[in-house]
Design a protein. Structure first.
Length: 452
């Protein structure tokens, strides 16, 4: 019996051992499989996802006139460096910007990705411009002059981003105002200190005081100021200074050209002529003639676009003697007609996203335009960053003028050029030639009614 049990016991032990080996082997395999799976999963997690291929660089075609290229050239170069895209400026004369963009809109073409346009063209191209509402954050709005923000929008949407702005300020010959003898003579005659005028009354007094025949030949050598009868903008600025809520048309399109402020402003300009403080050939005086008169030392004061401060020729009589101050105020306060330009993105652009990117980039780097010869910007902070720099003394007066509540843009209507050419300029020349103010304004109202 014992001899038979021993082999049987060994058989049982052997079977149990084999079973345990199998169990452990299976468990080990399963554990190994789980470990391997975890390692594969971890490796998959660690492996970076495949990146989307970078967008191919594009060429942006930007329609501009000379100033638009000059003020944005440095910005474009920086944009190219940072984005890899190319900027191609298509530079044309002023009027051709309007003509080419009009043709593009009519044909549905896609030649331009951005166009830099005069504010007076916004009504004509608003329906052809991509909305830019997403670019006008609170920070952006707060850093742009109020009138520029107002003119950037039409029919409830922002259609253009201001690229730069300008306005008339007061230029004067510093040496005249700083001369102790002139100061004493003025005080004796007008019973207050000679200073750069801030309002209509002071402007008239100073203009009368400095109008004189210096060499005794019977002809006036120095006029206090000028009146520009060949352009309408200066009279429109006076309209705002007189307190009008707008010029020619109100914000609803109603004709207000014969309201009291328009009459008072026209009478103020005529008064300068009647008092003999300006050259008598007012109807021949435009911007070019005016600046020549000032550079030749024939005007003590001049109301002119601020950018011209840096353009005084070195060989002019007044070089190094030009002072600047904010535009004068009337009963309604300081006021001027702003002259902004805007970047728009045509709806037909094939590169709209990159075009909008450039528009935003141009805003963010707006101060770069100040180093260009024209030296203009749209952002308040851009101008402020140059305060105190030699050669940029006109920025303080320009900021104050552009920020004035009565600095208001022209009516946003498509026929503004027709109003200027066919109504305003002829009307001013009739008034300066002696026709009654009420009559010329009534005729102007009638002509505008026929345009509406």
């Amino acid at each position: 019996m014992k001899k038979k049990l021993i082999p049987l016991l060994w058989i049982v032990v052997l079977a149990m051992s084999m079973l345990l080996i199998t169990v452990f082997s299976l468990g080990g395999c399963k554990a190994a499989e789980e470990t391997a799976a975890e390692e594969v999963e971890e490796a998959a997690e660690e492996e970076p996802e495949a990146e989307e291929p970078a967008a191919e660089p594009v060429t942006l075609n930007i329609l501009v006139e000379g100033g638009g290229k000059q003020l944005q050239e440095a910005i474009a170069e920086k944009f190219e460096e940072e984005t890899g895209n190319t900027v191609n400026f298509i530079e044309v004369p002023y009027a051709e910007v309007y003509d080419k963009l009009s043709a593009e809109m009519a044909s549905g073409g896609s030649s331009y990705d951005v166009a830099t346009i005069d504010v007076i063209w916004i009504p004509a191209f608003a329906q052809f411009a991509e909305p830019l509402d997403d670019l006008f954050t609170d920070d952006v709005i707060n850093d742009i002059f109020p009138s520029l923000v107002a003119d950037a929008q039409l029919e409830g949407k922002y259609v253009g981003m201001p690229a730069w702005a300008n306005a008339e300020i007061l230029f004067y010959q510093k040496s005249l105002f700083e001369d102790p003898e002139e100061q004493a003579n003025f005080e004796a005659e007008y019973e207050y200190d000679l200073k750069v005028p801030e309002n209509w009354d002071e402007f008239i007094d100073v203009a009368k005081f400095f109008t004189r025949d210096n060499d005794g030949d019977g002809e006036i050598d120095l006029y206090g100021t000028d009146v520009k009868g060949a352009v309408e903008t200066e009279w429109l600025a006076s309209v705002l200074q007189a307190g009008s809520p707008a010029v020619v048309l109100d914000t609803d399109g109603n004709i207000i050209i014969d309201n009291q402020a328009h009459k008072d402003a026209l009478q103020f300009e005529i008064g300068l002529l009647e008092q003999g403080v300006c050259p008598i050939n007012v109807n021949e005086i435009d911007w070019n003639v005016s600046q020549q008169l000032f550079w030749e030392g024939k005007l003590a004061m001049e109301r002119f676009w601020a950018h011209n401060y840096r353009f005084t020729p070195e060989d002019s009589v007044v070089y190094g003697d030009v002072g600047v101050a904010p535009m004068i105020g009337g009963p309604g306060g300081v006021g001027a007609i702003p002259g902004p330009w805007y970047n728009i993105v045509p709806t037909t652009s094939v590169n709209k996203d990159i075009a909008k990117q450039f528009v935003q980039f141009a805003y963010e780097n707006n101060a770069m335009g100040l180093d260009a010869p024209l030296g203009l910007a749209a952002r308040i902070s851009a101008y402020e960053s140059y305060m105190g720099k030699a050669g940029f003394e006109h920025f303080g007066p320009l900021i104050e003028t552009l920020n004035a509540p009565q600095t208001i843009g022209r009516p946003m209507v498509t026929y503004w050029n027709e109003i200027v050419n066919d109504v305003l300029t002829p009307m001013l020349q009739k008034a300066y030639s002696g026709e009654p103010v009420d009559d010329v304004l009534a005729e102007a109202r009638s002509l505008i009614e026929q345009m509406q």
